[in-house]
Design a protein around this ligand. Sequence first.
Ligand SMILES: *Cc1c(COP(=O)(O)O)cnc(C)c1O
Length: 401
Amino acid sequence: MATSALYKTYARADLSFESGEGAWLNGSDGRRYLDFGSGIAVTALGHAHPHMVETLTEMAGKVWHTSNVFRIPEQERFAERLCAATFSDRVFVTNSGTEAVEAAIKTARRYHFANGEPDRYRIVTFDGAFHGRTIAAIAAGGNAKYLEGFGPALEGFDQVPFGDFEAVKAVVGPQTAAVLIEPVQGEGGIRPFANEFLRKLRDLCDETGTLLVLDEVQTGVGRTGKLFAHEWSGITPDVMAIAKGIGGGFPLGACLATAEVGDAMVAGTHGSTYGGNALACAVGNAVLDVVLAPGFLDKVSEQGIVLKQKLAAVVDAHPAIFDTVRGEGLMQGLKCRVAPQDVVLATREEGLITIGAGDNVVRLLPPLVVTADEIDEAVGRLDRAATALEQASVAQAGGTA
Ligand SMILES: *Cc1c(COP(=O)(O)O)cnc(C)c1O
């Protein structure tokens, strides 16, 4: 196969795409696919969005990269707009989610160091978490499968059961720097933490001087119908990692912090050659132009409700295949009674791209610009895929009887 020169780190489908428009992708197999994966929650504005294409091509003819030795106006503007729209006052721009998480972990530790508490470096995380693939991020995620074979896990992470507030309380101590949490676990299977749980965490952090660090790499940039998912609970974090949707398909991420916390990262404490270059930040600004436009997020919320209702009907119609639907906005998960990979393959057969996740879940993450008609079409395809799976299992049972 042509991919033999690549690391074998991915079990790839034998399918590629030649072009796309909005929620649609044109496969190299000549078929049209409805893209309800958006990469993995990345192409927030769909494929070939005119404003994105225009911004990228215009910037490509000006300047791509100058390094962070110089001022980068697009980066400054990007950061100012993120701060104006969120809790944050300071931004470090990265190329990916795992780098944003890495920056968040370093920021949290450095903040306590700067406050004369260098031993305060431990970070509380949750079962089922995913924070990326660097050595620090796999230690934070705590998934044994991702840690195996890479030597001793980075020290300093205390993992507690999902949503177990008493366990958090018990483990937070004088060495705890931060609690790190995804408001809705993405790779873990669209598992939302209750708003009440997040509020209790915020209070506990305030009482103990612990930083609350959110990983909104997957939930952020409008995915749940708010700019950031934590807004549903009314809390704000001290530090937040973002990526995926913010670049709309261009590699871009950021670590956001309050002034007090972010300013602990003084000159020389962190850096990135590519991070925040002019081209990437121009694209990030183009995403913000669209997502921050009045009414855009309300529309995402509305479409999310439509999607969830229609998915609930499919779940009801196929109890042998699906158990429940859960999620917020355009971040929905179907908990399956069969192997999720079988559902992903069956939907692909019907021309619908979906993504598997932990906890037996299939994710639906359409672009934020998805239309009601496209949701209709996607749910129809999902329904046909579920019927095909039922028929296959009947045929199999008949064959073995
Ligand atoms: C995808 C993801 C990451 C890692 O992002 P990369 O860009 O793949 O490095 C981190 N945290 C969460 C919650 C994610 O979904």
